[in-house]
Design a protein around this ligand. Structure first.
Ligand code: ZN
Length: 343
């Protein structure tokens, strides 16, 4: 009887040890910083100019973050992207690299965050990264093909401890404490193919590609034509956006990738814009009708609400005191007009 009890105890202890080992191993897989295993090159047309551009993505050491540079200009150094580098949000998110613009970076930054890449260098041949198919699909495929390499230092997590919210002309973003990172987005467009869409995505490196990353950007035919008339969005076409006609609906022959592809893309854009914060995020976001401009102001507001979060090394209660460095102040006037609430 006693030996049976010991055997039972041993079996239960054995199972417990296995469980602990499995848990530690799975935590280890998400704890450490990551980069890509080898460099790759992506070519394609730019949304704004319609010209061909090349982006070379290379592995980077721990704590590099995501850094861009222009390789069509001599002596241009890599610049780590932060919300304070954003110099324009017209049509897309444009960053300032040593005084030079690089546009449409948000699907690249979303792909890196989404697949768990903390560190990478991106060297761009001109003013824009390629728009590709209007989603992060092709970038994610290149990352997966190159392989993902775990590095030797732990990730840092911005863990929200108190709510932070902003409101601007009916557009709102709020983040509240949560055990993981999730985004609930609501959009409402007066078009029969869109209407009101609400979607919640609980972030997981393993589902990001198929749930969010492949959702394409969208535009209305009449607005695209107006942009063309102004000399903008020259590269915009049915190859890199869902285009909607007022009467005919979706003009793309292949139709939609999801019934609610529109709201999923808005979540993809939010990943791309908030990735500039430079930490893994822990909190629950509720956003309504937000776009690149309000996303960027929110990213700045969150970083500056230093009483509303702690920076932790993942899975450790080690608080690292770090203050974000401000680089440019392109949105100073805008932030003054936006109602920011941080307790
Ligand atoms: Zn987008």
């Amino acid at each position: 009887m006693i030996s049976l009890f010991i055997n039972k105890l041993s079996v239960s202890h054995f199972l417990l040890i296995i469980l602990v080992i499995v848990k530690m191993a799975s935590q280890g897989a998400v704890d450490m910083q990551k980069t890509i295993a080898k460099a790759f090159t992506i070519n394609g047309v730019g949304l704004h100019s319609g010209k061909d551009f090349q982006a070379v993505v290379s592995p980077a050491p721990c704590n590099t973050g995501i850094q861009f540079k222009r390789d069509d200009v001599l002596h241009c150094d890599y610049t780590r992207i932060t919300p304070y580098n954003v110099s324009s949000t017209q049509l897309a998110t444009t960053i300032d690299c040593g005084g030079l613009p690089i546009s449409t970076i948000e699907h690249f930054s979303a792909a890196f965050y989404g697949l768990g890449i903390d560190n990478a260098y991106i060297s761009v041949s001109g003013t824009e990264v390629p728009i590709l198919d209007g989603s992060a699909k092709i970038i994610m495929e290149h990352i997966e093909q190159a392989g993902i390499k775990e590095q030797k230092e732990k990730r840092k997590v911005l863990k929200v401890t108190r709510p932070v919210s902003i409101e601007y002309e009916g557009k709102t973003v709020e983040i509240t404490p949560c055990d993981n990172f999730q985004i609930t987005f609501e959009l409402d467009y007066p078009h029969p193919a869109i209407g009101r869409q609400v979607f919640t995505y609980n972030y997981d490196e393993n589902t990001f590609h198929k749930e969010i990353g492949i959702a394409r950007t969208f535009g209305f035919k009449r607005e695209v034509e107006a942009l063309w008339a102004m000399g903008l969005a020259k590269g915009g076409s049915l190859d890199n956006a869902i285009v909607l006609d007022d009467e005919k609906g979706v003009l793309n022959q292949e139709g939609l990738r999801f019934a609610n592809e529109f709201v999923r893309h808005k979540i993809l854009d939010m990943f791309g814009d908030l990735a500039l914060i430079g930490y893994r995020l822990q909190g629950s976001i509720k956003a309504s009708k937000s776009g690149h401009q309000v996303n960027n102001v929110f990213a700045r507001a969150l970083l500056e609400a230093t009483n509303s979060y702690v920076i932790e090394e993942e899975k450790e209660n080690k608080t690292v005191k770090e203050q974000p460095a401000k680089v440019c102040t392109a949105y100073e006037n805008l932030t003054q007009n936006i109602a920011i609430s941080a307790i």
